[in-house]
Design a protein around this ligand. Structure first.
Ligand code: ASP
Ligand code: MG
Length: 450
């Protein structure tokens, strides 16, 4: 058995779904469980309805829902047999319309936002199941929500592995054993009481890994629109190369610090079993992609242990200086309590005796955080920053690497430097506008230009 997950661009339209059919057919003997994302940009489109509902604009709401349904209809019309999925999609869209109409003029509650955001996966999976079936592959549409039981942290829910394992084995195994291809949704789940939840943006990869772990599959394939993990974002560095292999740890670091290819938590459910994740390009299915394994044979990409450089714009740096805490206990605890209380995630941290700099991505609760931090000392915030992460096993134990790195980065100003507890990355912060240039310089330094 394998899990094959197709991201938004790999189900974006009829042509993409046509390629998906070919890929699934080529894996038929492996017993594939197919997991799909929403069609590209549909989740964004759905979430964009929330402010429309709040504004009470019912005409705009109807038009936007109709346009989203139309994307599916247009794809279906070009795929033999896929129009069979359209009544179910239309029915669900009508239900969504009723739910949202009842909320006109107010903000959607977190559970309602999840019910909204998750519609894209429900619709794409209908379409893909019908298209596969019409292509002669015995596909069965499976609603993942009764299996993917989660807590009730809407927007970033945590699944219960035991329930998922029991139910996924009970439901999916017999289908695969009977020669059928289950087609199910990434990203979504439901609470014990059946309220819809989501696993966080980009969470379909995580779904695929969770299913892979509980079904103890041979491999988890992540089908996307690039050739795998790369030495850098090819839009910034055209000469970037694909990594043939990566460790779980490298993949997680790269994902956390900007590489959009994989959700940061993807490898986590597979750590214990060591099941490989293979990132593949659905427009070039014959390419080998990147195999992510616990201890992959790592090829050297240049003359150093550096294997990839990623960047993440849109970062805010929060600096706290508390001279009166010199020699006192509990400064860091007091500071982190503030972040914890407001549920703000901290990415990079650098600290001195009485001052700390750290980065956050989500600004929504930052004002409250800053207000509370001000009780500890002087606080100042710097916006429009980017994190640069230089990743590779053995980076920390290589003499002279830091010197080489910072020399290459000049003349950009480096702000927060962190080597962290992880031996496999060095991260620092630069001004956002300097980010792409810094990535290019580092790529040139460590990998040359070709
Ligand atoms: N469709 C969801 C999103 O856009 C989940 C995913 O694609 O992984 O975030
Ligand atoms: Mg994704």
């Amino acid at each position: 058995m394998i899990v094959a997950k197709f991201g938004g661009t790999s189900v974006a339209d009829a042509a993409a779904i046509g390629r998906l059919i070919g890929i699934v057919r080529s894996r038929a003997a492996d017993g594939p469980v197919v997991v799909v994302s929403a069609l590209a940009r549909v989740t964004d489109g759905l979430l964009a309805l929330a402010p429309v509902v709040h504004a009470g604009n019912s005409a705009a709401l109807d038009a936007a829902i109709a346009a989203l349904v139309d994307r599916h209809a247009a794809a279906a019309r070009e795929l033999p047999g896929a129009t069979l999925a359209l009544p179910a999609i239309a029915e669900d869209a009508a239900a969504l319309r009723r739910e949202l109409a009842a909320a006109l003029g107010r903000m959607l509650r977190p559970a309602e936002l999840d019910a909204l955001a998750g519609r894209g996966e429900l619709w794409s999976s209908r379409l893909v199941a019908a298209a596969l079936e019409a292509a002669g592959l015995a596909a069965t549409w499976v609603d993942i929500r009764p299996m993917m039981v989660t807590d009730d942290r809407h927007g970033r829910a945590t699944p219960y592995m035991q329930a998922l394992g029991d139910r996924a084995r009970e439901c999916l195994r017999p289908l695969v054993d009977g020669g059928r291809v289950p087609v199910t949704q990434g990203f979504i789940g439901a609470t014990v009481d059946g309220a819809p939840t989501t696993l966080g943006r980009g969470g379909s990869d995580f779904t695929a890994a969770l299913l892979g772990a509980v079904l103890d599959v041979e491999r988890v394939e992540i089908w996307t629109d690039v050739n795998g993990l790369m030495t850098a974002d090819p839009r910034i560095v055209p000469s970037a190369r694909t990594l043939r292999a990566a460790s779980y740890e490298e993949a997680a670091e790269l994902a956390t610090f900007g590489a959009k290819v994989l959700h940061p938590a993807t490898a986590q459910p597979l750590v214990r079993s060591g099941i490989p994740i293979i990132v593949l390009n659905s427009t070039r299915p014959e390419d080998p992609g990147t195999t992510i394994e616990p201890s992959a044979e790592l090829e050297r990409m240049g003359d150093s242990p550096v294997r990839s450089i990623s960047w993440k714009p849109g970062i805010t740096v929060v600096n706290v200086r508390a001279p009166r805490m010199l020699g006192a206990f509990g400064f860091l605890r007091a500071m982190f309590e503030v972040f914890e209380r407001h549920e703000v995630v901290v990415d990079v941290l650098a600290s001195g005796e009485v001052s700390v700099s750290l980065t956050v991505e989500d600004r929504t609760r930052l004002d409250a955080v800053v207000r509370d931090l001000a009780e500890l000392g002087e606080v100042w915030v710097e916006d429009h920053r980017a994190i640069i992460a230089v990743v590779g096993i053995g980076i920390r134990s290589t003499p002279g690497l830091a010197a080489r790195l910072f020399r290459a980065v000049q003349p950009a100003n480096v702000e927060v430097i962190s080597q962290g507890a992880s031996a496999i990355n060095m991260t620092f912060v630069v001004r956002e506008e300097d980010g792409p240039d810094v990535v290019r310089r580092l790529h040139q330094e460590f990998f040359g230009s070709c």
